[in-house]
Design a binder for this molecule. Structure first.
Ligand code: 0O2
Length: 215
């Protein structure tokens, strides 16, 4: 390749990734609006934390190779749907579903795929609600619909998933059985904690608080 060709390839790749950066921004704005409006109208913040990332070039190349995707931008766009990723952490499971509904019902959002690992946890104990949405982004060249993967999970699910991810990478996927069993137990404890916290939180709006208010 000539230097000029290499520069053009670099620019094309940067532009390709930039679309995902814009897609992330659109979805982040939507989530920010929902959070602010919720806080104002209901005096309650359903979102604990939002983080986002565009997949690194290295991990994108790994995934393209692993999945045997044609090295064309169109093929990559169609096959790799988590180039733009957002993680929404909530206090309670109910809020994860509520935010999922509020985001996916917006009429400029198209839902491509839903994986509900909260209702159907993975065998290792992983819980999270995943959705791949398409959001329109308007560029000087026109409209592009960008795929963004959004993961909704509680703080407890997130705590577990972060540790499991570190352990999985440390052992390069070959995690010893004893540790796998402990992780599964920890996931069960996290689920129990979520259920308990949600029950306690429910009591804030239950009969006890009504009595206190009445007094
Ligand atoms: P990273 O570093 O978070 O980006 P696919 O994306 O289609 O190849 P899959 O498994 O069909 O893969 O998609 P799925 O089930 O929606 O999972 C994608 C992402 O969910 C993963 O991205 C993780 O972020 C998270 N995830 C899924 N399963 C687990 C799990 O067992 N443990 C943990 N800790 N996270 C999980 P990446 O690309 O693997 O990683």
């Amino acid at each position: 390749f000539s230097a000029e060709q290499l520069r053009m390839m670099r620019d094309e790749f940067q532009r390709f990734l930039l679309e995902y950066q814009f897609g992330l921004r659109e979805v982040e704005t939507k989530l920010g609006i929902l959070r602010d409006e919720f806080l104002l109208m209901h005096d309650y913040n359903p979102i604990e934390h939002v983080s986002s990332r565009v997949k690194s070039a290295d991990s994108l190349v790994d995934k393209i190779t692993r999945k045997g995707v044609d090295p064309s931008f169109d093929a990559i766009r169609a096959a790799i749907t988590d180039i733009a990723g957002i993680r929404v952490t909530t206090s309670f499971t109910k809020d994860a579903y509520r935010l999922f509904d509020l985001l996916t019902q917006q009429d400029d959002i198209t839902v491509r795929e839903v994986k509900d690992y909260i209702a159907h946890p993975k065998a290792n104990g992983y819980k999270s609600l995943h959705v791949i949405v398409e959001v329109p982004v308007f560029l000087s060249s026109g409209r592009v619909d960008v795929a963004v993967e959004v993961q909704f999970r509680t703080i407890a699910m997130d705590f577990w998933a972060s540790l499991e991810h570190k352990i999985y990478y440390k052992y390069a996927g070959a995690v010893p059985d004893g540790l796998l069993a402990e992780l599964k137990e920890a996931a069960d404890s996290a689920s129990l904690l979520d259920a308990r916290m949600e029950r306690l939180h429910g009591q804030l709006h239950g009969p006890a608080s009504a009595t206190i208010r009445a007094v």
